[in-house]
Design a protein around this ligand. Structure first.
Ligand code: SF4
Ligand code: SF4
Length: 339
């Protein structure tokens, strides 16, 4: 559908929040807790954090939880009885205040969860999720959305995008999908007609740091290169980078068994960890941290664009902010481009 543009008064934003809540939707929004801003279930508009650049964890946690039960089973003499997760029990969710890089992160995530088998649990969660994006009017040195085809007002992945027009201004609302239109239809009084608005001048200035196409081309012949060892020497393999990433989709399946009953659980996994590819035999095809670092960069900037036609990075900068030893992805990608 073509993008419809409306104006939402700053003083109407709380009414919009309350109206969505009254419709029975669960709202996740950035909230300050224990010194960090993260997506939390929010009951009151006043609980939403506004003074931050980026949440520590990405919004993916709503559609792809850190751990989730996918089935229950019971063993008996007759065999194993399986009860799969009831998809009807997945509730309608609104993620309020999603940054454009987080919303864009759902595209690679969806590509991974649908490249062969369609992941019905992920797809159902995402179908039941409405993303209300908020453009960025400020950034920090870790942000690089403009280097990976994004921008601080990008609408890709969002159902509705709100851009504040100045520090204390009202909001331009871009209605991008049917889900976004449903919000407008249910709250017609809160969405006024918008005149001509130059949204660009209200956005953060995020400089382009590298050329991702050049990097992709270079990586095609970069498997055996000393740069992987040089770059990963200080990596301690903690896995923080993948944990905070909006596009990382690796998971492990574990059975939690109690007597004859058990649950099969999907848990996030992490390519930075030394046991990620450890075989039962003891052999590990990615024995060294340099091989794990190489895999992380090749997967996001070479294999995914080649195989899924989408890059595995939305430029949120979380991995650089979270890394305890200051592995900076912009520096490393720039070095690869210049190598
Ligand atoms: S690789 Fe780093 S910058 Fe890119 S999307 Fe993941 S966390 Fe963000
Ligand atoms: S967060 Fe830093 S130290 Fe930890 S695995 Fe990632 S790159 Fe290595």
């Amino acid at each position: 559908m073509s993008t419809d543009k409306r104006l939402v008064k700053k003083t109407s934003l709380d009414k919009l929040f309350d109206s969505i809540k009254q419709q029975g939707k669960t709202i996740f929004a950035p909230k300050l807790k224990n010194g960090k801003v993260n997506y939390e279930q929010v009951e009151r508009f006043s609980d939403i954090a506004t003074d931050y650049i980026q949440t520590t964890q990405s919004a993916k946690v709503v559609a792809f939880p850190r751990t989730e039960k996918i089935l229950d089973y019971t063993k008996s003499k007759e065999g194993i009885a399986v009860v799969e997760i009831d998809l009807q029990s997945i509730s309608e969710v609104v993620i309020w205040g999603v940054r454009p890089c987080d919303a864009a992160g759902f595209l690679p995530l969806s590509a991974i969860f649908n490249w062969d088998t369609k992941d019905i649990i992920y797809n159902t969660r995402l179908e039941k999720t409405t993303l209300i994006g908020f453009s960025c009017n400020k950034c920090d040195e870790s942000c690089f959305c403009t280097s990976v085809a994004g921008n601080p007002g990008g609408t890709e992945g969002s159902d509705m995008m709100l851009t504040q027009l100045g520090d204390n201004g009202d909001y331009l609302a871009e209605i991008i999908t049917e889900k976004g239109k449903t919000i407008v239809d249910k709250n017609p009084d809160l969405f006024e007609t918008a005149g001509e608005i130059d949204k660009q001048k209200y956005l953060a200035d995020v400089p382009v740091k590298f050329n991702q196409t050049e990097i992709k081309d270079k990586l095609a012949n970069f498997f055996e290169n000393e740069i992987w060892l040089q770059q990963s020497l200080r990596c301690i393999g903690c896995g923080a980078c993948a944990s905070v990433c909006p596009t990382c989709a690796c998971f492990d399946i574990q059975d939690e068994e109690h007597g004859k009953r058990g649950s099969r659980v999907r848990c996030w996994d992490n390519c930075g960890l030394s046991i990620f590819t450890l075989h039962t035999s003891g052999h590990n095809p990615r024995e060294y941290q340099s091989q794990r670092w190489r895999q992380r960069i090749l997967h996001k900037f070479s294999y995914m664009p080649e195989r899924l036609s989408v890059y595995g990075c939305s430029g949120c900068g979380r991995c650089s902010r979270a890394c305890p030893v200051d592995m900076n992805i912009i520096e490393h990608l720039t070095a690869i481009q210049e190598a």
